[in-house]
Design a protein around this ligand. Sequence first.
Ligand SMILES: Cc1cc2nc3c(=O)[nH]c(=O)nc-3n(C[C@H](O)[C@H](O)[C@H](O)COP(=O)(O)OP(=O)(O)OC[C@H]3O[C@@H](n4cnc5c(N)ncnc54)[C@H](O)[C@@H]3O)c2cc1C
Length: 320
Amino acid sequence: MEKLRRTSQRILTNLYSKSLTTPPRSTSAYSGINRKVNKFHYFKRNFGTKIIERNPAFSSINTEDIKHFKEILGDKNVIQDEDRLATANVDWMRKYKGSSKLLLQPKSTQEVSKILGYCNSRNLAVVPQGGNTGLVGGSVPVFDEVIVTLGSMNKIISLDKVSGILVCEAGCILENLDSFLINEGFIMPLDLGAKGSCQIGGNVSTNAGGLRFVRYGSLHGSILGLEVVQANGTVLDMLGTLRKDNTGYDLKQLFIGSEGSLGIITKISILTPPRLSSTNLAFLACKDYSSCQVGYISDILRIISLFPYVAYLSLSLFRH
Ligand SMILES: Cc1cc2nc3c(=O)[nH]c(=O)nc-3n(C[C@H](O)[C@H](O)[C@H](O)COP(=O)(O)OP(=O)(O)OC[C@H]3O[C@@H](n4cnc5c(N)ncnc54)[C@H](O)[C@@H]3O)c2cc1C
C-alpha cells in the first residue's frame, strides 16, 4: 500500500510539474511559442503491436508543390518556418512527434477543397489540425504529412435567436463561441478544459464529451449539420439547420468522431441550449460506490451537468 501511494504521488507530481511548464496553446499565442521539444521522449506509432512504417506510395513535397500551394493560399499561409512547424508537429501531451515540413492555413472551404484535390492528385498525405489539444496524437503527423490547420476559418455565420441554432466555421475556438452565446442568452452544449484552444471542428471530429455531457448529451444529438471536404476535394453540403430532421441516412453522423479520417469539416450547425440562470457546485461525501449511484439516479439527474466520483484513496494521496 505504501509503495502504491509513493508511486502514485510521483506520477501526480510529474503530471503537475508538466502542466505548470506547458505553455498556452491558443492560436493567438501559437506563433510566438518556441518550445524546446527535443528533451521529451516520444512514442513510436503502432497499430496493435506493429510499428507503422511510412507508406512509400506517398509522395514527398517538392518545390512545384510549394509554388502551387502559394498560388492557392498566398505566401503567408504556406508555412515552412521551423519554429512554427516544431509546435505543430508535437501533440499536447508531447507524446508524439511528426516531421512535417509544411503547414497550410486555408481561409475558406474552396481553399480547403483545392488543397485536398491537389494533394489527392499528387498522392501527398494530409493531417487536419484544429487546436492540437487532442490527447491521442491524431492531430499531429505520423511522418511528413502536410498539416492543414483550420485556425483561420473562425467566423460565426449566423445565430437563430429563437431556436438557438448556431452556424459557424470549423476553426472557431470553443471558448469564443461560448462567450459569444452567453451575451445572446445561450451556451454551447459542451465545455472542456481545453476550451481556450480547441476548435469546434476538432470537438466534432473527436466527438468530445466534456463537462456538460450528462445534461445536454452527445454531439451526435446537438450537431444539426456539417459541411465537409472529402479527400478528393469534393465538398459535401450537409449543413442543415432543421432540428426535427428525421429523414434517413444521416450521413453527417459518420463524420462526428471520425478524427479527420473521412474528410475535413469546414462548417458546423449546432443546437445551443438556453443559458442557465444560475450554476451551483456541490461536493458530497458518500460512504460507498452504491450510495453514489443512488445519488446519481435520483431527482438531481434532471439538473446536473457533471457527476464525477472521486475515490477516497485519490483524495488521501493529495492530502499526503
Ligand atoms: C486540458 C484538456 C481537457 C480535455 N477535456 C476533454 C473532455 O472533457 N472530454 C473530451 O472528450 N475530450 C477532452 N479533451 C480532448 C479533446 O478531444 C480535445 O481537446 C478537443 O476535442 C480536440 O479539439 P482540437 O481542436 O484541439 O482538435 P485537434 O487536437 O487539433 O484534432 C483532434 C482530431 O480531430 C482531427 N481534426 C481537427 N480538426 C478537424 C477538422 N476541422 N476536420 C476534420 N478533422 C479534424 C485531427 O486530425 C485529429 O484527429 C481534453 C484535452 C485537453 C488538453
